[in-house]
Design a protein around this ligand. Sequence first.
Ligand code: HEC
Ligand code: HEC
Ligand code: HEC
Ligand code: HEC
Ligand code: HEC
Ligand code: HEC
Ligand code: HEC
Length: 337
Amino acid sequence: MMTLKRYLLCFSLIIVTSSFPVFAQLEEADSLPAPRGAELSLFADENELNCLRCHGQMVYTLTDSLAGMTRKQLMSEHNLVVPEMFYNSVHWSFSCLDCHSEGFKTFPHSIEARFETSWGCIDCHGNDPNYAQYRFEEIDAEYQKSVHYTATEGLITCWNCHDPHYYNPLARQTKGGREYILRSNEMCLRCHSNAEVMGLINDENVEIVLPKHEWLPDVDRHLEAVRCIDCHTRMNDSVLVAHEVMPADSAVRGCADCHSQNSILMGTLYKYAAMESRDEKGFVNGVILRNDSYVIGANRSKFISFTGLLIIGMTLAIALMHTFFRIIIKPKQHINE
Ligand code: HEC
Ligand code: HEC
Ligand code: HEC
Ligand code: HEC
Ligand code: HEC
Ligand code: HEC
Ligand code: HEC
């Protein structure tokens, strides 16, 4: 009995210690931003009363106070603002009325309210030293050179990619993992994989993008491993996320642009991770030696590193168990005999 317990203890200790580096890595990956949430918002009650009692749920109650009648109505998905997601976005601390006009306090909403002009990001963040790290002015200038601005005469705005109610700077929070790539690409596919949406914006060019990418081997895998903007924006060293989306014929299509030791991805997709590890460990250690992305596609798999560690751990455990039985248990058994 005792020996079995001791052996189990020994075994689990080895497994646990051999997986420490993996856990440390996972923990590092999802370090969270400053606390947010409805409980901390100064405007949560006001927002609920004025707006979210309708916009915050699929089914809301319409009241006619004169006739004393009520009726359940369905909120359209487009007009829904999910409270949990709003209170976890960068603008969580806002009142709805900071961005929307007072006219929306009455329902049915007045025509004047519908003519409100929205603030742009730059109206609040431009030339503000608190947000200097994001370089809003430069992003704005780049954006004005992008095809989205020029092809639509400015009708597509920052808000079409950055949801006004749910926005978070993903690159900084998620450090470039798969989930991040997926969410970043969703921003583009919301329009570009949807012929109906594209048709509404621009009726000459109702194209769906995916067939245009079949020159890539294993397209799906590539589109899960790189962002649309890694191929479609002009490289820019001074902003974290380049915003000048170029016409499609200028996009990256050379395999060696990514699959080489000085991959463009070090200046795009992996920029944030590279910047961080450069600060922590020095450039050579952090970027050249330790970066996961060194020669893309050749040695980059957390799963494989994890199973690799597990296998090493198990092998060690078996070897130790063997020694344990031979040296410690066997002699004991002899004595008992
Ligand atoms: C009684 C329920 C109700 C309340 C309260 C309410 N809304 Fe609405 N709102 C609606 C409905 C229903 C629509 C969609 C139909 C429409 O546009 O009239 C809508 C539409 C909107 C739109 C889209 C307008 C457009 O032109 O497409 C905005 C913006 C909006 N609401 C903001 C607000 C804000 C901000 C508040 C709080 C100050 C608020 N609403 C309060 C029910 C409500
Ligand atoms: C940081 C500014 C900001 C805040 C805060 C904000 N909104 Fe908006 N909202 C916008 C902008 C900008 C648009 C127009 C988006 C567009 O043109 O695509 C919008 C659009 C809407 C719409 C129309 C549907 C849509 O998504 O286009 C509704 C409904 C709405 N807001 C409700 C709310 C409610 C309710 C709140 C409070 C919980 C709120 N908004 C807080 C900026 C904001
Ligand atoms: C009406 C003014 C206003 C507009 C418009 C606005 N912001 Fe903000 N933004 C703020 C304020 C104020 C904060 C700080 C909120 C807080 O944490 O309480 C903020 C916070 C942020 C942060 C977090 C900054 C940090 O380091 O903590 C980011 C990123 C951001 N905004 C991006 C954007 C983007 C992108 C747009 C346009 C799509 C935008 N903002 C539009 C006022 C605005
Ligand atoms: C065509 C889509 C698109 C448009 C339009 C767009 N962005 Fe972005 N933006 C992105 C994508 C994709 C990212 C990367 C995802 C992320 O990190 O949030 C990003 C990231 C950002 C960031 C985070 C950068 C950082 O340093 O963490 C800021 C700030 C930003 N955009 C501001 C703007 C402003 C300001 C505008 C309008 C002038 C704008 N964006 C227009 C797609 C767009
Ligand atoms: C609001 C909808 C919308 C979103 C979101 C959007 N686009 Fe676009 N995109 C358009 C429209 C409209 C055009 C102009 C269509 C045209 O004239 O070919 C366009 C044009 C383009 C072009 C040029 C195509 C050509 O034929 O040269 C590229 C490349 C592109 N978008 C990439 C992206 C990327 C990358 C993202 C995400 C960061 C994105 N788009 C997000 C609507 C959108
Ligand atoms: C590996 C680089 C790469 C990636 C990743 C990539 N593209 Fe492309 N894309 C290209 C190239 C190259 C073309 C030009 C293809 C051609 O003209 O034959 C293109 C074409 C396009 C076009 C023009 C389509 C047309 O009708 O002519 C759009 C829009 C587009 N891509 C959007 C996207 C979106 C959205 C994503 C992300 C889901 C994406 N791209 C990912 C390289 C890429
Ligand atoms: C924008 C950068 C980029 C471009 C351009 C690109 N790739 Fe890739 N490729 C990647 C990344 C990142 C991966 C890693 C995918 C993963 O981890 O699942 C990958 C994976 C692959 C794989 C699978 C490797 C493996 O480990 O199984 C092959 C094969 C491949 N690419 C071939 C190509 C070829 C051929 C081209 C040119 C036609 C090309 N790639 C262009 C970024 C790129």
